[in-house]
Design a protein around this ligand. Structure first.
Ligand SMILES: NC(=O)C1=CN([C@@H]2O[C@H](COP(=O)(O)OP(=O)(O)OC[C@H]3O[C@@H](n4cnc5c(N)ncnc54)[C@H](O)[C@@H]3O)[C@@H](O)[C@H]2O)[C@@H](O)CC1
Ligand SMILES: Nc1ncnc2c1ncn2[C@@H]1O[C@H](COP(=O)(O)OP(=O)(O)OP(=O)(O)O)[C@@H](O)[C@H]1O
Ligand SMILES: [Mg+2]
Length: 329
């Protein structure tokens, strides 16, 4: 009798747990779908009445002697997502290489010039968003110039996506973006730990990913933070979103550059669309969710075709189809 009661209780308990688990799963899939719908709302319609430039003029600040692939991946991804013009502001040694990768990019060999800040500043009135950091490297003189470019961008209220070595700079000087509401940071695992340690003066709590992203965002004055990983965790210090769009197990270099370049365009579109299109959610969070989903979907599609040999170029070739699948359904 006692035994059968105990078995019954265990079965009931198991049912409750299974239900709770499946509800949580359904709920999170529903959340993802709701947020994808908000991304669809911010995408500008294609129209025959628009002129070149209206759907986005994006600048990537990065590229040095060692790294030419990263700024190329970011800038070409911006174009493939739907920007009309994509500029790269890089060190002089990187410029001919990046130009040779693609005739579609506008490449300015200015970052190591003594007048780098003024050279980039001339273009700022014509740019809708900047992506700062892919392939920038950590040379002190270049970083000083990028500091000036960030200050000039903030003064003009230009949205900035900060990635890779741009995050290295922010970890040295968090005040550079403290409280800037048009900044989105896209750290990978290492970049997140470095930034967290610099800003919160302690190690990340590896058992509390959501809380860690939320705390970093709050400590930076509600700057939007996207922690990339097995699941991407996004926060503006008030809300936390999780993107677990199916990708693959292939982790070749350059996927983060695809994400930051795409995000440059989506941030511009989201801010242009305004909060009524995002149903009260932060436009920057919606844009970031769109870029994370798109990158992971590109990874998924490329992996279906190329398996272990998948590279970031294969993922970029999937941007159009992945975009249609996620956002033009
Ligand atoms: N083709 C190119 O030109 C590329 C250049 N890149 C550039 O390379 C520079 C350095 O970027 P890194 O991302 O290497 O930055 P870091 O120098 O901070 O190194 C990150 C390190 O962390 C490791 N790592 C990543 N995820 C991890 C995890 N979950 N757990 C433990 N370790 C982990 C990586 O293997 C890497 O060695 C940047 O300028 C970046 O833009 C990259 O974007 C990749 C492609
Ligand atoms: N374990 C994982 N499983 C699935 N997707 C992942 C995983 N880790 C990262 N990603 C995805 O890969 C993309 C790039 O993240 P990653 O952490 O590789 O950036 P990164 O290190 O900055 O890349 P890059 O080489 O361009 O600098 C993101 O879209 C992220 O969601
Ligand atoms: Mg990176």
């Amino acid at each position: 009798m006692a035994l059968s009661l105990r078995c019954g209780a265990i079965r009931a308990c198991r049912r409750v747990l299974e239900r709770a688990f499946s509800l949580r799963k359904v709920h999170s899939v529903k959340d993802m779908e709701n947020t994808l719908q908000l991304v669809r709302n911010i995408i500008p319609p294609l129209s025959s009445t628009k002129h070149k430039g209206q759907d986005g003029r994006i600048g990537v600040v990065g590229g040095c002697q060692e790294y030419t692939g990263a700024p190329y991946f970011a800038a070409i991804s911006a174009l493939k997502v739907g920007a009309d013009l994509s500029h790269v502001f890089c060190a002089s040694a990187a410029a001919p290489v990046i130009k040779a990768y693609s005739p579609e990019l506008i490449v300015h060999p200015v970052l190591d010039s003594p007048s780098a800040v003024q050279e980039v500043e001339k273009w700022l009135p014509r740019l809708h968003a900047l992506v700062v950091g892919p392939g920038l490297g950590r040379d002190d003189a270049l970083l000083r110039n990028v500091q000036g470019i960030l200050e000039a961008s903030k003064a003009r209220d230009i949205p900035v996506v900060i990635d890779a070595d741009g995050l290295w700079l922010v970890a040295q000087q968090p005040a550079l973006i403290q409280g800037y509401q048009k900044a989105v940071l896209t750290p990978n695992h290492m970049e997140f730990s470095r930034l967290y340690d610099a800003v919160l003066r302690g190690p990340v709590d590896s058992d509390d990913h959501h809380g860690s992203v939320l705390r970093l965002s709050r400590a930076l004055g509600n700057v939007t933070v996207v922690q990339k990983g097995e699941r991407d965790i996004l926060s503006n210090g008030q809300q936390v979103l999780v993107c677990s769009q199916e990708g693959s197990s292939r982790r070749c270099g350059g996927q983060g550059d695809l994400l930051s370049g795409s995000l440059g365009v989506l941030v511009h579109w989201a801010l242009l669309a305004g909060p009524e299109k995002t149903n009260g959610s932060s436009p920057l969070l919606v844009a970031a969710f769109g870029a994370c989903s798109l990158t992971r979907q590109c990874n998924h599609q490329a992996f279906q075709k190329h398996g272990r040999s998948t590279t970031t170029s294969d993922m970029i070739a999937e941007v159009g189809a992945a975009f249609s699948k996620l956002f033009e359904t």
